[in-house]
Design a protein around this ligand. Structure first.
Ligand code: SF4
Length: 332
């Protein structure tokens, strides 16, 4: 891996305003005082992803991992903080440089059906972007699309078909072919296999790993399935309520998580003999990101919480080479 990270985030936050619905607007017309609320989906996240690395990003539903993935992929702009691509601040890029950077980062979504235009043939779904961006000429589209379909394990004879004529697994392969067609360096996979049958999941995971091997791709793999993350990732980043709480090499994390939230997650993971290793509920409800708890966000659910946890947010800091954790217990 090269020294300069492929991607670096520095204090990245993403906030969304929760607009007033019609009922709330009526309440205001009648003299009420309903105000827009702000959702702190991602809160000052700093992290690096090295060239060729596979980073698993995990956390319960609503923890901000999908939003962070979208910021990384350039789908959402950060509200605060900096995103660096190959050492360059993406907010300062413009024109061809910005377009090239964005093409190099592609996102693979959970539901291929909703991310593929149902009225477009596979030939156009896969061939349009590389043609528009000048990677190939109009005359090269058919051969190029065939090559992409073969690369993801699809029959090139399917080129003129529409998305609804494929199975879920095949549609996800079309989505992957579309991403590969613009020659990306980095794939952000957001629950990309979650909607597929278990046997098909394994096939698509193998495809991702073959592509990593063949094309030297880097991945941010967002998943709620700890078994998948353990199998695929070099490193794991754990998020809780918009913040990163632990970062560790995969083997070390699964051998001994540091952060009480990571411990709770892994405690709940059924071991090897049980096929599914997804999150089980941890005691207590996940608090609202509109009004997160003061101090350590995890304190209302943490069995080790003490007075300081309720007041002061713990910083994410190095606890061993390559390992970061955000917990006051590490202060000795
Ligand atoms: Fe628990 Fe306190 Fe550590 Fe937060 S900082 S995880 S509440 S012990």
């Amino acid at each position: 891996m090269s020294k300069q990270p492929l991607m670096r985030l520095e204090g990245v936050s993403k906030r969304f305003a929760k607009r007033l619905d019609t009922a709330e607007k009526i309440v205001n017309l009648l003299g009420g005082d309903r105000r827009e609320e702000v959702v702190h989906a991602v809160d000052r996240v700093s992290m690096e992803i090295a060239d060729g690395e596979v980073v698993g990003l995990v956390g319960e539903s609503g923890c901000g991992k999908s939003t962070l993935g979208r910021v990384v992929a350039g789908v959402h702009a950060a509200s605060d903080g900096k995103v660096y691509w190959r050492g360059k601040d993406v907010s300062t890029l413009s024109g061809a440089e910005r377009r090239d950077a964005l093409l190099k980062i592609q996102m693979i979504f959970q539901d291929p059906m909703s991310s593929l235009n149902p009225r477009m043939r596979v030939r156009d779904i896969v061939g349009e972007a590389p043609r528009v961006h000048g990677l190939i000429s109009a005359g090269e589209v058919d051969d190029y699309v065939d090559k992409m379909l073969l690369r993801v394990g699809l029959d090139p004879n399917f080129r003129m078909r529409y998305p609804h004529q494929f199975s879920g697994g095949q549609r996800q392969r079309i989505g992957i072919a579309r991403a590969l067609a613009v020659e990306p360096d980095f794939l952000v996979c957001d629950e990309s296999i979650a909607a597929l049958d278990v046997s098909i999941q394994a096939q698509v995971l193998n495809l991702f790993m073959d592509l990593r091997e063949d094309l030297g791709l880097t991945y941010l793999f967002i998943s709620h399935d700890l078994g998948v993350v353990e199998h695929l990732s070099d490193r794991v980043v754990i998020m809780y309520l918009g913040r990163v709480v632990e970062v560790a090499p995969t083997e070390e994390l699964f051998a001994g998580p540091n952060h009480p939230y990571a411990q709770a997650l892994l405690d709940e993971v059924p071991r090897i003999d049980t096929r599914k290793r997804v999150f089980q509920p941890i005691k207590g409800e996940i608090p609202s990101p509109i009004n997160p708890p003061k101090g350590c966000h995890f304190h209302p659910r943490c069995p080790h919480a003490f007075a300081r946890c309720r007041e002061e947010a713990p910083a994410l800091r190095e606890i061993a080479p390559g390992r970061l954790s955000a917990c006051h217990l590490n202060d000795g």
